[in-house]
Design a protein around this ligand. Structure first.
Ligand SMILES: C[S@@+](CC[C@H](N)C(=O)[O-])C[C@H]1O[C@@H](n2cnc3c(N)ncnc32)[C@H](O)[C@@H]1O
Length: 341
């Protein structure tokens, strides 16, 4: 049983959710406390788990929506009180705040037009509800009624709820031709609750290179993208929501015309040298490098890069991945565990 995993979070490709118990077991036999840095943290799955095990967790990601999830799950120790919003609107509890966001009384705007009418990512009714919640959070933030963390918790909660009713096979690259069962359910937002842990985690928005150079860590856990699928592109809609923008969009995915950056780790010609550069910047006692066997950096290259830092062991981890065709398949992950010389 995973401690702190109260609910299933949005599907995130490359998620290590199913390998967490094995990963924990392997690491805990060697190190059971201290700092744990997860600079490719995604929606916080690994960081939240190690927070629950008593580590002092530091996470990062280049995507703003991923950062919001990390704040909600790893930095926060409780759901915020939303003091300003409550006092401005005369509300008694944070439950009342949710009730306003779930009222779904907005008019159809940009979001409904682009992602329900032109592209069937959501039913029109759900898209209206999402747009209302999004506009309301944005207006509160603009008025200064939400601090940075409160805004992040609301945005993460909204994206999670939106994902529960999205007519997709898991990413926002395309929508399904026929309505999926989950897309017909009514949109309903609930709090994204934090994982309990001894320490509040530190979460930053930015590149792994910047985070790893900030201090020495007991465990440096690296889980970079391992293929050419860019997270910024596949999760563009979640990112648009987090950024609070209405970009020009195009194509079947409704992807923004500009502003989405591919990671160097999605690029076959740059992935290995980027890993080397990252490790040059980093200071760590233990390095756990998590990578798929069929990833862009060949195993031989990984081994020769890691060998410069110490001796390492290899563990094959099996997890259930998924394809965008909504078919389950087996993915082999390898964990390279290295103790720094
Ligand atoms: C394989 S996923 C991490 C999955 C996560 N461990 C989990 O279990 O859900 C890789 C993440 O790295 C992020 N990323 C890509 N390039 C990055 C960079 N240069 N610095 C920081 N994060 C980056 C992506 O946005 C993505 O969220």
């Amino acid at each position: 049983m995973l401690r702190g995993s109260r609910s299933i979070f949005m599907r995130y490709f490359g998620s290590k959710f199913t390998t967490l118990p094995r990963l924990g077991e392997i690491l805990l036999q060697r190190v059971n406390k201290g700092t744990f840095c997860d600079p490719f943290g995604g929606i916080g799955t690994v960081g939240a788990y190690f927070k629950s095990l008593g580590f002092h967790v530091w996470t990062g990601d280049v995507l703003q929506f991923a950062h919001c999830f990390q704040i909600a799950r790893i930095h926060r120790q409780n759901v915020p009180s939303f003091r300003q919003v409550r006092s401005r609107l005369g509300l008694n509890s944070s439950k009342d705040v949710l009730e306003i966001l779930n009222k779904r009384k907005g008019r159809a705007g940009w979001f409904v037009e682009q992602y329900a009418r032109k592209r069937r990512f959501f039913t029109v009714e759900n898209a209206r509800a999402i747009e209302w919640a999004w506009n309301t959070i944005h207006a509160w933030h603009k008025a200064g009624w939400l601090n940075r963390e409160e805004n992040a918790v609301l945005i993460a909660s909204l994206i999670h709820a939106m994902d529960q009713v999205a007519n997709t096979a898991g990413t926002y690259y395309s929508f399904l031709k026929t309505w999926h069962r989950k897309a017909k359910r009514p949109f309903h937002m609930d709090w994204m609750r934090p994982t309990r842990g001894q320490f509040a985690g530190k979460c930053s928005l930015g590149s792994a290179e910047t985070l790893v150079s900030q201090q020495a860590f007991d465990v440096l856990y690296l889980d970079p993208p391992y293929n050419e699928r860019s997270y910024a592109h596949y999760y563009h809609l979640a990112e648009t929501i987090a950024q609070g923008v209405h970009p020009q969009v195009h194509g079947i995915s409704g992807i923004p015309d500009r502003g989405l950056e591919r990671s160097v780790f999605n690029d076959r010609s740059k992935a290995a040298s980027s890993l080397e550069e990252l490790l040059n910047e980093a200071r760590f006692k233990w390095l756990a490098f998590h990578y798929a066997d069929d990833g862009l950096i060949p195993r031989k290259t990984i081994r020769s890069i890691l060998a410069k830092y110490g001796t390492f062991e290899e563990f094959v981890l099996y997890g259930r991945g998924y394809t965008t065709q909504n078919r389950e398949r087996c993915v082999e992950h390898r964990l390279y565990l290295l103790k720094h010389d």
